[in-house]
Design a protein. Structure first.
Length: 516
């Protein structure tokens, strides 16, 4: 009862004119930052942080929380419609969301993503309020071996999604990991694969790899096959570009995907440093192995959209748990929110529930309101973006290229980044041409530094004892699942070949029939 009353008090704080206006601004800004290719959610929250200096602590936290929640959905729109993920967490949406768009089901894909975001967000918010302290105490016991195991599991999950060739997927993943090593080693400060080129010493940003390989690469692929003059299908224009929410029967068909995606997002999001990206990839990997529609994933299955998007949004509530109860940020965006706490003289942790319960429950209420507001804003933002698909494909593709280069240059204001994004656009085109999956390449550049950093930290902390990854129960269990996820497709294919090669014993002929 006390929790419910505190939430009502938090909702009353949100309803004040100033706080409500700040909430709306945060939702809009978060959506815009996530939609623009080349700009990340963390970057948007960082840019908004200086504007909170003159605010009170409540408006500041409401603004940043609204941006955090809204930013987890905005990139889904461009990923599904244009095959350009606004955020790394939206990459799994390409495999089924964009496939549905190419099949004339863009409205249905957007509808499933919106419902998945709503369900994942609300369920994680409930869990955040109900189980914040016990879940945070478990996450507090995690160390670098557990972090390494989770990132390794994310890598192996994507390898299993390599399409027809596991070898091609492994090659793509290794290329991504190699790209992630370019620059200066964070542990020892040694230069690696920079070859004396100044801009390579800073490393290759994963944004350049992601936007170039997916955005520019897709345009080059379409250029090779030839642009069509009009994307609209005669007689189908009215239904194709209308937002279509799934029916109850369609939602029940993927109820398992909702459950697995939301549970994965909460569990992974609670681990400090994991965040929505790892949650999205891990949830999609689990769905590809154990889901009811596993064989359909990658061809335009709503189950893939539901699993990835519900996990990404559910990670928000999970990431806020260790931040609010232990002062440990669960993601990059919550690290900025932690800075906002400290700038206003508030130290998040167990004691803040006693000293400032109203502030904490205002943040809790902000998550609930932001999830609902995100879906309302996303519904109305989809319509004008869908209308862009009415334009000739060549014109749409030209705008895609322009925005890709603008986003790449805006990230660091470095002209060299334009050459890098063009190079990865060519790589993405070649990958498409020779049937190599792009997803492992992109994920390798995203998770590679996290995996390496956690591995090196573990080696330093445990005197180079590599067995610690397997002797610790949690990390050992996660790594066992990662190995199983890697070899399961191979074992399954071998078993099917054995069954196919097994001779079929025919029943003996009837001797009386032969005599006749």
């Amino acid at each position: 009862m006390d929790v419910f009353l505190n939430l009502l008090h938090g909702l009353a704080n949100i309803a004040t004119p100033v706080n409500f206006a700040v909430m709306v601004i945060g939702l809009v800004l978060g959506m815009l930052v996530a939609v623009l290719p080349g700009l990340t959610l963390v970057m948007g929250v960082v840019l908004a942080l200086p504007f909170t200096y003159k605010m009170g602590v409540e408006p500041a936290l409401i603004l940043l929380t609204a941006m955090y929640v809204s930013g987890t959905y905005g990139g889904a729109i461009t990923a599904i419609l244009f095959r350009i993920p606004g955020e790394p967490m939206d990459v799994p949406l390409l495999w089924d969301g964009y496939a549905m768009t190419r099949n004339g089901q863009a409205a249905q894909a957007l509808g499933f993503s919106l419902v998945a975001a709503l369900v994942g967000g609300l369920v994680s918010a409930v869990v955040m309020v109900a189980l914040s302290k016990p879940v945070a105490s478990v996450a507090l016991s995690f160390s670098s071996p557990e972090f390494f195991a989770i990132t390794a599991f994310g890598l192996m999950s994507v390898v299993t999604l390599g399409g027809g060739s596991l070898v091609n997927a492994l090659i793509s993943l290794c290329m991504g990991l190699l790209i992630a090593t370019v620059g200066v080693d964070a542990m020892y400060g040694a230069e690696r694969f920079a070859f004396g080129v100044p801009f390579l010493q800073d490393g290759i940003e994963f944004l350049l790899v992601m936007v170039g390989a997916y955005g520019i690469g897709e345009v080059l692929s379409r250029l090779q096959t030839g642009f069509v003059s009009d994307n609209a299908t005669p007689g189908d224009n009215a239904t194709r570009f209308k937002t279509a929410f799934p029916k109850l029967a369609e939602l029940l068909e993927v109820k398992g995907s909702f459950l697995r995606g939301t549970a994965t997002g909460i569990a992974v999001g609670v681990v400090p440093g994991a965040g929505a990206t790892v949650s999205s990839f891990v949830a999609y990997g689990i769905e590809s192995q154990y889901g009811k529609h596993a064989k359909e994933l990658g061809t335009g299955s709503p189950a893939g959209i539901v699993a990835a998007k519900s996990a990404a949004t559910a990670s928000v509530g999970g990431a806020l748990v260790p931040l609010l109860t232990m002062g440990i940020p669960g993601s990059g965006a919550t690290a900025i929110i932690l800075a906002a706490f400290l700038l206003h003289g508030v130290q998040p942790g167990p004691q803040v529930f006693v000293s400032s319960p109203g502030l904490i429950y205002t943040v809790f209420a902000a998550v609930f309101v932001a999830v609902v507001g995100m879906c309302i804003l996303g519904y109305f933002a989809i319509k004008p973006l869908c209308k862009v698909l009415d334009a000739p494909e060549a014109i749409v593709s030209s705008f895609v290229v322009v925005f890709c280069f603008i986003g790449a240059f805006a990230a660091r204001s470095n002209l060299s980044d334009l050459y890098v994004i063009a190079a990865f656009g060519l790589i993405g085109f070649l990958f498409e041409r020779f049937k190599f999956p792009i997803a492992p390449l992109v994920l390798g550049t995203i998770l590679g530094p996290l995996t390496e950093g956690n591995f090196m930290t573990t080696m330093v902390s445990f005197n180079n004892d590599w067995t610690v990854f397997f002797t610790r129960p949690i990390s050992g269990s996660i790594l066992a699942l990662a190995v199983l996820g890697l070899f399961y497709p191979l074992l399954r294919a071998a078993w099917r070949r054995m069954r196919a090669d097994k001779p079929v014993l025919m029943p003996p002929a009837d001797p009386t029939a032969l005599r006749k």
